[in-house]
Design a protein around this ligand. Sequence first.
Ligand SMILES: N[C@@H](CCC(=O)N[C@@H](CS)C(=O)NCC(=O)O)C(=O)O
Length: 95
Amino acid sequence: MATQHNIKSLSLYHFQGCPFCAATRKVIEQTELNVEQRDIQRQPQLRAALIKGGGKPQVPCLLIEKEDGQHLWLYESSDINHFLRGYAAQSKKRA
Ligand SMILES: N[C@@H](CCC(=O)N[C@@H](CS)C(=O)NCC(=O)O)C(=O)O
């Protein structure tokens, strides 16, 4: 799994009417993490990118881009929320 110091960026694939996405957006708001939000209903090309990269159109999905160029596609809101909280806690410790 990616650790705090080797992550380049985080992006959330989501859409507005999805309750699982809403819960994850709330965690992003609470943790104040810098996560780019990519709405797959507003931009169909993002849905295509999600399927191509992650393997399926399910949202929420967190794209973790590492410094070495590796891309990790994390599905399941409970796993994403757990990851975000841990990442936020690590970031605070290192600050
Ligand atoms: N267990 C998943 C459920 C996610 C889910 O059902 N997302 C719906 C939108 S609310 C979805 O993407 N459905 C389309 C699909 O699975 O292909 C989670 O907690 O993230």
